[in-house]
Design a binder for this molecule. Structure first.
Ligand code: KG4
Ligand code: ZN
Length: 355
């Protein structure tokens, strides 16, 4: 069984072909980072137009690299939520048109479910850990979302939110702090690089929501604290102070994410934790999560980098699970800016940046 996945929810146009065992036959991602970089963030109108330009060539390329024709696929899976409406509509219309033309089923996939199932993808030629066993606790940390989930099976009804951010997502905090420091967009990779050469204890910053027992996050207070620091001390140049500031900020984000993920896994009595989403590319997050998981006797699974950032392979895999159950959204696909996973955390509730 081969499934074609299509992803256009934000600033990456992706198409991929995945087999039923999760092995990836092709995975094409056309990034829009350069297009949006001058604006310091994603411009929705530009994103939609670029998806429209790129979706067809990207799909054609994915089929060609898999060495198949469209007739060979069992169905099409497409991200239908959450995301930018105009961007989602491009992918959904291409997927529906293709499925209609081929007389094959089409299923909508929640982008967050795609991220949560990304550790099941197998890429040829890349060394990776064995996939997790159900049930597991997953930290999903990306530019738009940060939350902990318990995953019992690969379907929506078997995924439960344990706690999410009340304000900024972790990746969003990296991006905003990088912008504040004049480091460009996206901020995660550059802060990651600078932090490596800095001393995380050289700058005093607040700890984001360290209250014991809470599985909710809040990063806007930490971001404001960096802003206060810059107002008081001035924006650092390309010097050691900049590296120390990045290291202090990153240490606080990383240790908060790791501590809550481990606490959630122990509370849920699961043996495995997964870290997914763009922020899972962070070097310090990977290292400190590995150390803490080992101490706690938990298995840690972090997908390879290309499976962490936005891609269509994870959408194809999540959609395959729906197709295998005989589901078909043909003629009924709708988009939404919100996830279909039930939320337990309210946005903006309570005291922020409490330590
Ligand atoms: O999952 P993703 O590609 O897109 C969303 O669904 O949001 O995540 C993108 C986010 C951005 O905020 C980016 O700054 C962050 O992931 N990111 C990182 C790193 N690489 C990407 N954050 C911290 N460290 C990194 N190395
Ligand atoms: Zn994503």
């Amino acid at each position: 069984m081969l499934v074609l996945g299509i992803e256009t929810s934000c600033d990456e146009t992706g198409a991929a072909v995945v087999r039923e065992d999760g092995s990836v036959a092709s995975d094409v991602v056309q990034s829009q980072v350069k297009l949006h970089a001058p604006f310091g963030g994603v411009v929705p109108e530009l994103a939609s137009r670029d998806h429209l330009r790129n979706a067809r060539p990207v799909v054609t390329e994915a089929l060609a690299r898999a060495g198949i024709t469209a007739q060979d696929i069992a169905g099409v899976a497409v991200t239908c939520r959450p995301g930018l409406t105009g961007a989602l509509l491009v992918g959904v219309e291409i997927a529906q048109g293709l499925a209609f033309g081929l007389d094959k089923p089409v299923v909508g996939v929640d982008h967050l479910v795609g991220h949560l199932l990304s550790p099941f993808l197998r890429f040829a030629g890349i060394e990776q850990p064995a996939p997790p066993e159900y049930p597991f606790v997953a930290l999903l940390a990306s530019g738009g979302h940060t939350a902990l989930y318990r995953v019992d099976a690969p379907d929506l009804a078997s995924i439960r939110e344990l706690g999410a951010t009340r304000d900024d997502a972790a990746g969003e905090a990296f991006d905003k702090v990088a912008k504040l420091l004049g480091l460009g967009y996206p901020g995660g990779p550059v802060v990651d690089r600078l932090a490596k050469e800095g001393n995380p204890d050289a700058v005093e910053l607040v700890w984001p929501m360290r209250r014991r027992g809470s599985l909710e996050f809040s990063f806007s207070g930490l971001k404001s604290d960096v802003m206060r620091w810059v107002t008081k001390n001035g924006r650092p140049g390309n010097d050691q102070v900049l590296r120390d500031l990045c290291a202090a900020f990153q240490r606080r984000v990383v240790d908060t994410l790791v501590a809550k993920t481990v606490a959630a896994a122990l509370a849920q009595d699961v043996a495995t934790i997964v870290i997914a989403g763009g922020v899972a590319a962070n070097r310090e997050l990977r290292e400190r999560a590995a150390a803490r998981a080992a101490e706690a006797g938990l298995r840690l699974v972090v997908p390879p980098f290309r499976a962490c950032t936005d891609n269509a392979a994870m959408i194809a895999y999540a959609g395959m699970k729906r197709l295998e159950r005989g589901e078909n959204d043909s003629g009924r696909l709708e988009t939404s800016p919100r996830t279909s996973l039930p939320r337990v955390t309210s946005k903006g509730r309570g005291k922020r940046a409490a330590s």
